[in-house]
Design a protein around this ligand. Structure first.
Ligand SMILES: NC(=O)c1ccc[n+]([C@@H]2O[C@H](COP(=O)([O-])OP(=O)(O)OC[C@H]3O[C@@H](n4cnc5c(N)ncnc54)[C@H](OP(=O)(O)O)[C@@H]3O)[C@@H](O)[C@H]2O)c1
Length: 251
């Protein structure tokens, strides 16, 4: 049985990706940050689909913990699936903070850098020895990196832009092992991002819908399905790509 590790799966896109991946018969190790219950709820959602998942805590902003996390993953793989390796890594965990450049604090900038760029970089580095040849990595980026600048998102978008560059470098360096590396760039998607911004500011939704060709905002499952597709063997000839998944935002 193949196994995928999905970060940031206690809500939103990560949860949907975990469920969609599990639906394709792949075992899931998923991580949560502060929302342990959310992680457990995702495990229950996977089990409801007949799949197997294990939830582990992980702070993407604390790279000093990654070695211990790798040891924990090693134990989970052995105990749950009798395997020494896993196949696919989805670097999805993330957070958003907006501030105009003139107001940005170094603390907020550093937090975004640690979680959105340094985290995926070094988590991948530490987990690579546990990855089987021939698997896939999917990095959750954002349209914000490539679309016309939205004031306030300079630091967030810059880190996602860095992740896009990193995606291509990973694809190049890991290709000899047959590991494919791609990014997905969601448009506005109804998740808990931005401290539950969609719930707190529902008035922004009509403007987002108006800019979306398909006439609604994205749902987590819209993105989760693409992530699962990129992980699966159907995408075996696809690497170093960054795929927008936005229903035609600003088309
Ligand atoms: N929603 C959108 O419109 C949109 C658009 C483009 C890109 N994205 C990207 O999609 C990805 C998933 O976000 P989402 O929209 O699904 O939002 P979400 O519902 O808020 O989910 C974010 C996930 O990341 C985890 N996380 C946040 N900070 C973390 C940290 N320091 N360490 C470990 N885990 C952490 C959260 O865990 P806890 O809650 O357990 O702490 C949660 O599982 C992010 O990379 C985001 O940038 C989203």
């Amino acid at each position: 049985m193949q196994i995928a590790l999905v970060t940031g799966a206690s809500s939103g896109i990560g949860r949907a990706a975990a469920v969609e991946i599990a639906k394709r018969g792949i075992g899931v190790v998923l991580t949560y940050g502060r929302n342990r219950q959310g992680g457990l709820d995702t495990v229950a959602a996977v089990e409801k689909e007949g799949g197997t998942a294990v939830a582990l805590p992980l702070d993407l902003g604390a790279s000093g913990t990654f070695d211990a996390f790798r040891d924990t993953v090693t134990g989970v793989l052995r105990d749950t699936w009798r395997r020494d390796t896993f196949d696919h890594l989805v670097n999805n965990a993330g957070l958003a903070h907006s501030a105009l450049i003139e107001d940005m604090t170094e603390d907020t900038f550093d937090l975004l850098a640690r979680v959105l760029l340094k985290g995926p970089y070094f988590l991948t580095q530490r987990l690579l020895p546990l990855m089987a040849d021939g698997g896939a990595i999917v990095n959750t980026s954002s349209m914000a990196a490539d679309s016309s600048p939205e004031p306030g998102y300079s630091a967030y978008a810059a880190m996602k832009g860095g992740l896009n560059v990193l995606t291509r470098y990973m694809a190049k360096e890991f290709a000899p092992r047959g590991i494919r590396v791609n990014a997905v760039s969601p448009g506005p998607t109804r998740t808990r991002l931005g401290d539950d911004g969609f719930t707190r500011f529902p008035e922004v939704i009509p403007a987002l819908v108006a800019r979306t060709a398909f006439g609604r905002v994205g749902e987590p499952e819209d993105v989760g399905a693409l992530i699962a597709t990129l992980v699966s063997d159907e995408s075996r000839w696809v690497t170093a790509q960054n795929i927008e998944v936005s229903g035609g935002y600003d088309l």
